[in-house]
Design a protein around this ligand. Structure first.
Ligand SMILES: Cc1cc2nc3c(=O)[nH]c(=O)nc-3n(C[C@H](O)[C@H](O)[C@H](O)COP(=O)(O)OP(=O)(O)OC[C@H]3O[C@@H](n4cnc5c(N)ncnc54)[C@H](O)[C@@H]3O)c2cc1C
Ligand code: SF4
Length: 338
């Protein structure tokens, strides 16, 4: 473990000020990802600014009928919050499909957005990795890439974004609120995470000196017809090989609106408006769901060990949309444990 300075932010303005004053600093919230990275010598911040006691712990209804979630709401509190369970159950399901109860109790909403990839080589400092050490090369391209991406990759990096929560937030069209020395700004969820291109070291468009303050959800929660389907090696405590957040709004036997986002397959939650439009005013049939899969997976390519993900994602999309249309959510069996 490296030596580092530890300070606690007194309030939001102090957090921003401390970060602006020290280019070697990083915020720490629950610490469930950052401390692991520091232990593994993957990240070496010289200064940790603890934001865990800032008053960003509320889930509130907005004037527009949506929800505003503070960046420090623990993942478990968010999943079990009555407003989220009732109006946005796809978000509860996605969160409860991730990690373990103990981790979800510690993990913050803001930290979940900013958790880093689980690519094996990113954590192995003995190997080249452009995300950890820009310009060193990508060991996964010709290495063990079973868990890596099939969409949105570049020659520099084929890592996936590991979050479950973010897949549901993408489908729900969330907005991220941030504050920095230049003031507040709102970032559409689709613009928050980045594709690797030639700069895989940058996971998001958040500036180094900005802090996430809240996530906002619009009114539409698709509570009647949704599913979060997570396919993984073990049934619990494992990251997704492929995950699918699917939701539809039905008018009798016709789909008026559809949402679908994929996890485990790309460097960011993968959503395509074109794929969703395929289902507008159409019947919820496997044939129509297969057309959605064609559009969502257009351009998908495997790198050897992960070739299986293309077929797995295709079958998962059809299954998840079918479950959503039938109103049989995937993760209802997760019990409340406090
Ligand atoms: C064993 C294990 C299994 C897991 N399984 C899953 C899983 O299946 N699915 C899943 O989705 N996740 C999983 N996780 C990841 C877990 O959800 C994340 O570690 C957690 O959400 C991170 O939140 P945190 O508050 O602990 O972040 P921290 O570790 O404190 O911070 C993570 C990063 O976010 C930055 N940060 C934190 N808050 C803010 C903020 N408000 N503004 C700006 N920057 C901020 C920090 O500087 C740091 O870079 C797993 C983790 C572990 C250890
Ligand atoms: S896929 Fe990305 S994170 Fe993994 S080794 Fe290559 S550059 Fe590093």
């Amino acid at each position: 473990m490296i030596n580092f300075q530890y300070t606690r932010a007194a309030d939001l303005a102090d957090a921003v000020q401390q970060m602006a004053a020290d280019p070697a600093a990083k915020f720490i919230a629950g610490g469930t990802n950052l401390i692991d990275l520091m232990r593994g010598d993957v990240e070496r911040p010289a200064h940790l600014i603890d934001i865990s006691r800032l008053p960003l712990t509320k889930v509130e209804e907005t004037d527009a009928g949506g929800a505003r979630i503070g960046a420090l709401v623990p993942n478990s509190d968010l999943a079990y919050h009555p407003l989220i369970e009732k109006r946005y159950p796809i978000l509860s399901s996605a969160i409860l499909a991730g990690a373990s109860q103990q981790l979800r109790n510690m993990a913050s909403t803001g930290g979940n957005l900013l958790q880093r990839t689980r690519c094996f080589y990113f954590y192995d400092t003995a190997t080249p990795c452009n995300k950890r050490s820009p310009g060193s090369g990508c060991s996964a391209l010709d290495g063990v890439n079973r868990i890596n991406a099939i969409l949105g990759t570049s020659d520099a990096c084929i890592a996936t974004h590991p979050s479950d929560m973010c897949v549901a937030l993408a489908a729900l069209d969330a907005t991220i609120h941030v504050i920095g020395p230049g003031g507040e700004r709102a970032i559409a969820f689709a613009d928050f995470h980045r594709l690797p291109g030639s700069t895989p070291q940058l996971d998001t468009n958040l500036q180094r000196d900005e802090i996430v303050t809240a996530i906002e959800l619009p009114q539409a929660g698709f509570a009647a017809n949704y599913t979060y389907l997570k396919i993984r090696d073990r049934l619990s405590y494992a990251f997704a090989l492929v995950s699918i957040a699917a939701a539809v709004e039905l008018d009798g036997e016709v789909i008026r609106e559809a949402r679908i986002a994929l996890g485990g397959v790309a460097p960011k939650p993968w959503r395509s408006l074109k794929a969703e439009s395929v289902l507008r005013d159409q019947a919820p049939t496997p044939q129509n769901f297969a057309k959605v899969a064609d559009v969502l997976l257009a351009g998908a390519r495997g790198y050897g060990h992960n070739d299986f993900k293309i077929g797995l994602a295709r079958r998962g999309i059809i299954r998840a949309l079918g479950q959503a249309a039938r109103g049989t959510p995937q993760s209802q069996s997760v019990k409340k444990v406090r």
